[in-house]
Design a protein around this ligand. Structure first.
Ligand code: HEM
Length: 503
């Protein structure tokens, strides 16, 4: 890490892949090709010619987009020397399927990499090619982008199709509402003390080569200049070095199969078939109703960085619900974004802050969130797959050989370990989140016993004036079917990787 104060130029959007800035929501058709390099020269030639979409805002917006990312074995296959590889983060180099890492992520039992359809040993992709288009243009776009050298260059590990459930994930809840707002112009000073929840997050949390929430620049490969890397930008903190990471970021991909029938059947049985209560339990587990409304009131006071289009469903914190009577602590969205600030108390004095930092503050169990969320935000860019199944249909018997459905979860972050892995491990999989016991994320938990916690399948809804309700025996609703860590390079770095005979 490095961190001297300095001024930054504006981001060169033409050098950034568009997915960092846009979700391409209007391009409702998408596919992910996970490929291995068959022939290095042919692959490099294809990559050099690929029409990768950058992050410059276009009017009218484009109707097709192509994005490219690499795993560590993929970069090694393109002959990137070990000295460059070593500059990438440990988790990227080790990969998602590493045994120790799999345990941390909850990828054991049915989630174990040995059972994955792709991404485990021998099935590890080298390159992820993401195709997005408006539906009527999709097939032609894929065909044209692949061109006639695709099959000389690559062999497909798998081709992941997606479906369009109109902004809903397969359980039927509205998705894609809450996203962090990137501080593209670096207006916010970091490091700073954040006394109120903010949705604005430092650019360096999502792009390498810029200042992060700690006011530092995340590690990435830095090279001595030579003829091969001449086109790369210089590092802002070490101008004598070329920065391979700048304007790039890490991309996490996980294929998460959802048992939609199992989910609604369980809720139905728990509530003796009372449909209003079924809907309410589902909402408590997610933290939002199926229509996307939060369970705590929307506040009138603005929250910095709230997208004006989502104010009605996203301008809230959990301050008005300190014991979780409205939105349980264990709800998926409260776990993945507790919307806290750096201090449990809103405006502590300097002395109070010191007391809290030293760990002597009051320990209400709801204050036990341990870490400020601004260090753990992710940009979600996933897409769903499989056909729609409404809750009432989910109760009917399944047809034979039903096709699976789920989420191709994709997120972007500059530090996989502090952002995605922290969320997945400390907040989603942890059975002790926020003073809870015997439960993990109600949607995502694998329900497997862990040392010191034999039962992990509970879900607690604190009561206000009434008694709390606890649901037990939650089955596993989501199973991991594949996954990998990728590096989504800047366009300059992509050209550097793909140069003939380079590096
Ligand atoms: C099949 C698996 C999953 C399902 C069905 C699911 C579903 C949802 C839904 C319905 C929302 C609320 C809509 C919104 O605010 O956009 C949401 C929000 C969110 N999810 Fe998930 N999710 C899944 C996996 C994950 C994973 C693996 C992570 C992270 C490791 C994650 C992180 C988040 C975050 C950060 C939010 C936004 C919370 C907020 O800011 O309020 N989700 N998810």
């Amino acid at each position: 890490m490095a961190g001297p104060a300095m001024t930054y130029s504006m981001v060169d959007y033409a050098d950034v892949q568009g997915l960092v800035r846009f979700g391409y929501g209007r391009m409702t058709s998408a596919s992910y090709a996970l490929v291995r390099v068959k022939n290095v020269a042919a692959a490099k030639a294809w990559l050099r010619a690929a029409p990768v979409t950058n992050a410059v805002e276009q009017r009218p917006p484009p109707t097709t987009a192509l994005q490219i990312a690499f795993t560590a074995p993929g970069l090694a296959r393109l002959c990137l020397p070990p000295s460059v590889m070593e500059g990438f983060s440990r988790e990227f180099r080790g990969g998602m399927a590493q045994e120790r890492r799999a345990r941390q992520l909850g990828d054991v039992g049915n989630n174990a990499p040995s059972k994955w359809l792709w991404g485990n040993d021998g099935q590890e992709p080298h390159v992820l090619v993401m195709f997005f288009a408006e539906p009527e243009q999709f097939d032609l776009f894929v065909q044209t982008a692949k061109g006639n050298t695709w099959s000389d260059a690559f062999e497909e590990v798998t081709w992941l199709g997606t479906s369009n459930l109109e902004e809903h994930e397969p359980f039927g809840f509205k998705d894609g509402i809450s996203q962090p707002e990137i501080d593209w112009d670096e207006q916010r000073q970091t490091p700073c003390k954040q006394l109120e929840y903010t949705n604005i997050v430092a650019l360096g949390e999502f792009l390498l080569g810029y200042r992060n929430e700690y006011g530092k620049i995340t590690d990435r490969p830095l090279l001595d200049p030579d003829a091969a890397n001449a086109e790369l930008l210089s590092a802002v903190d070490m101008p004598e070095k070329k920065d391979v990471g700048r304007n790039g970021t890490y991309l996490v991909m996980r294929q998460l199969e959802q048992d939609v029938r199992g989910f609604w059947r369980f809720l139905y049985e728990q509530n003796g078939g009372n449909l209003a209560e079924v809907a309410q339990l589902g909402a408590k587990m997610v933290g939002r109703t199926r229509a996307g409304d939060p369970l705590v009131p929307i506040q009138t006071e603005p929250i910095a960085g709230t997208d004006p289009l989502t104010v009605k469903q996203n301008q809230f914190t959990y301050e008005a619900d300190p014991v979780g009577t409205r939105c349980p602590f264990g709800a998926h969205i409260r776990r993945t974004n507790p919307r806290n600030s750096d201090f449990p108390e809103r405006h502590p004095s300097a002395l109070r802050r010191l007391i809290i930092i030293l760990g002597f503050g009051p320990k209400g169990f709801y204050e036990d969130l341990t870490s400020s969320v601004r260090f753990h935000r992710i940009l979600r860019r996933g897409r769903e797959y499989g056909a729609e199944l409404r809750p009432e249909q989910a109760l009917e018997p399944a047809p034979p050989n039903e096709s699976p459905r789920g989420l191709h979860f994709v997120c972007l972050n500059a530090n996989i370990s502090r952002q995605f892995e922290f969320l997945q491990n400390a907040w989603i999989a942890s059975t002790k989140f926020s003073g809870l016991t015997s439960e993990s994320d109600p949607l995502l938990g694998n329900r497997i016993s862990i040392p010191g916690c034999p039962v992990t399948g509970n879900f607690t809804m604190p009561g206000g004036s009434s008694l709390p309700r606890r649901v037990s025996g939650l089955p596993q609703f989501v199973t991991v079917r594949g996954g990998a860590y990728f590096f989504l390079p800047s366009l300059r770095a992509l050209r550097y990787f793909a140069a003939p005979g380079n590096p």
